[in-house]
Design a protein around this ligand. Structure first.
Ligand SMILES: [Zn+2]
Length: 76
């Protein structure tokens, strides 16, 4: 009977430990908020303004410009 009690305590301890580990494993994705990923910034070669790469206009020379006007001015 004494051994049964010890076995029960050990089983409960193992169960709690496994539960804890599962909770720790699940935490990292939850702790990471869906923050906007850092945007790649580029500099307009004409006016030196910094803007996100997604907003930049690629010129014929491969450089990125802030607007159509600077794209034309920079390419000429
Ligand atoms: Zn510009």
């Amino acid at each position: 009977m004494k051994y049964l009690l010890v076995l029960a305590i050990v089983l409960i301890a193992v169960w709690l430990w496994r539960n804890n580990r599962r909770a720790e494993k699940q935490q990292p994705p939850v702790a990471k908020p869906p923050l906007a990923s850092p945007q790649d910034m580029v500099r307009c070669p004409v006016c030196s303004v910094h803007l996100p790469r997604t907003d930049a206009l690629p010129g014929p020379d491969g450089r990125l410009y802030c607007c159509q006007e600077h794209r034309l001015r920079g390419a000429s």
